[in-house]
Design a protein around this ligand. Structure first.
Ligand SMILES: [Mg+2]
Length: 406
């Protein structure tokens, strides 16, 4: 009898520990999906670019066989000198690594025989869209977003529908698009080499409206309403600077037990579904931190959005959601449902918070989500670049590969 009681006590303790761990993981993972940054706190800066045109060595550089974006090779007419390729860097100056990025890009551009890069800083008022448009106007071959997911979204949004490719130098917390494009996260030089000498690919983007007659806003990775958006809206920025994505876990634990909202989801074919939700997230691609795939079926170039509807009633059901996601069983998961389509319209019984690639975007009871197929050129690593990164990583360290995903 005493042994039996001891066993029961142990079981209860283990169960409590599991629930505690689950709370932390739920917050970190569910939330962590769009993890991003509203970190543009520095008020200065401005779109002052450097436009020096130093003459670099006319070499092909050590990047291997990448095709590179654009690659203007034609000489000008009427005896004009040939116009050389030029990268633009749209950089969030508040991020660690921003200064190194300028120096590295200058060196790599000269190695390739490109013009010296155009450098434009983001500001609180303009996190990247205006700078990216200016770069396009000035004839940039590729526009590199150097910052967190907010910078990447702003720059990418401005490049949608143009023939100018988006390069990414990940300097943020989530770096979700970089992860989904296999852009190396922890080696800035190789991320920049990928932007200059990788292969360009045409991907889908998403667009979102919170007013049927209002303007559309671009998202590159995911957008949604409910729990995750509430967390994005309340995450402590100072904590985020100190502990990264764990700050979202902290905010998540405060928001976990909110109430469910009645929604109607209308799909492409006009079919309506009713649900009581804690969260709905539309994904353009599926990879999150920690190797977790929130949308196991999502492809970034399939012309479809994946929709995840999350409906747990209580903590125990949240644990079910978590196990579904970790176990890659979201498709038939506990308290979750998934849909694929080109457009979704969501009407909610009350105002719910919205997040767009991790940025809080106000409150709405109406949300229209649509895929914009094949609308953005991006630079991805070539197999050769991947091999070189791997080789360099193994030469420097035997612990782990180059793709650190946490
Ligand atoms: Mg897709």
């Amino acid at each position: 009898m005493p042994l039996y009681r001891t066993g029961m006590t142990l079981e209860i303790h283990v169960a409590l520990l599991v629930v505690l761990a689950a709370i932390i993981l739920i917050s970190g993972l569910l939330i962590g999906r769009a993890l991003v940054l509203r970190a543009h706190r520095s008020g200065d800066g401005g779109a002052g670019g450097t436009t020096a045109s130093g003459a670099g060595p006319d070499s092909t550089g050590p990047d291997g066989a990448g095709s590179g974006p654009g690659q203007r090779t034609s000489s000008g007419e009427d005896g004009e000198p040939p116009r050389r390729d030029r990268a633009a860097l749209v950089v969030n100056p508040t991020k660690a690594g921003a200064d190194d990025a300028r120096r590295l890009l200058l060196r790599l551009s000269r190695e390739k025989g490109w013009e010296d890069p155009l450098v434009l800083e983001t500001t609180v008022a303009d996190p990247g869209e205006g700078q990216a448009r200016e770069a396009v106007d000035q004839g940039a071959t590729v526009v590199i977003a150097a910052g967190g997911d907010g910078t990447v979204r702003a720059v990418g949004g401005a490049l949608v529908g143009t023939s100018v490719a988006l390069g990414i130098l990940p300097l943020g917390t989530g770096n979700l698009l970089a992860r989904n494009l296999d852009v190396v996260l922890d080696r800035p030089e190789w991320a920049l080499r990928t932007a200059l000498s990788g292969q360009s690919a045409l991907i889908d983007t998403g667009s979102l409206r919170v007013d049927p007659d209002g303007p559309a806003r671009t998202f590159l990775v995911m957008a949604g309403i409910g729990f995750d958006a509430e967390v994005m809206g309340t995450v402590n920025e100072d904590l985020k600077d100190r502990v990264g994505w764990l700050a979202y876990a902290e905010a998540g634990s405060r928001k976990l037990l909110g109430h469910r909202v009645d929604v109607t989801v209308t799909t492409d074919d006009g079919e309506e579904r009713q649900a009581k939700i804690r969260s709905i997230v539309a994904g353009n691609c599926g990879r999150l931190q920690g190797g977790v795939w929130l949308f196991p079926d999502a492809e970034i170039d399939d012309g479809l959005l994946d929709l995840l509807i999350v409906s747990p009633r209580n903590l125990a059901e949240w644990v079910g959601v978590l196990t579904s996601i970790i176990g890659k069983r979201v498709r038939r998961g506990l308290h979750t449902a998934t849909l694929q389509g080109e457009t979704f319209t969501i009407r909610a019984s009350e105002g719910v918070e919205v997040q767009v690639d991790g940025d809080a975007y106000g409150t709405t009871d109406f949300l229209e989500l649509a895929v914009e197929p094949a609308s953005l050129y991006v630079m991805r690593p070539t197999p050769d670049i991947k091999r070189r990164i791997r080789r360099e990583a193994f030469g420097l360290s035997t612990a782990g590969g180059p793709y650190l995903t946490i």
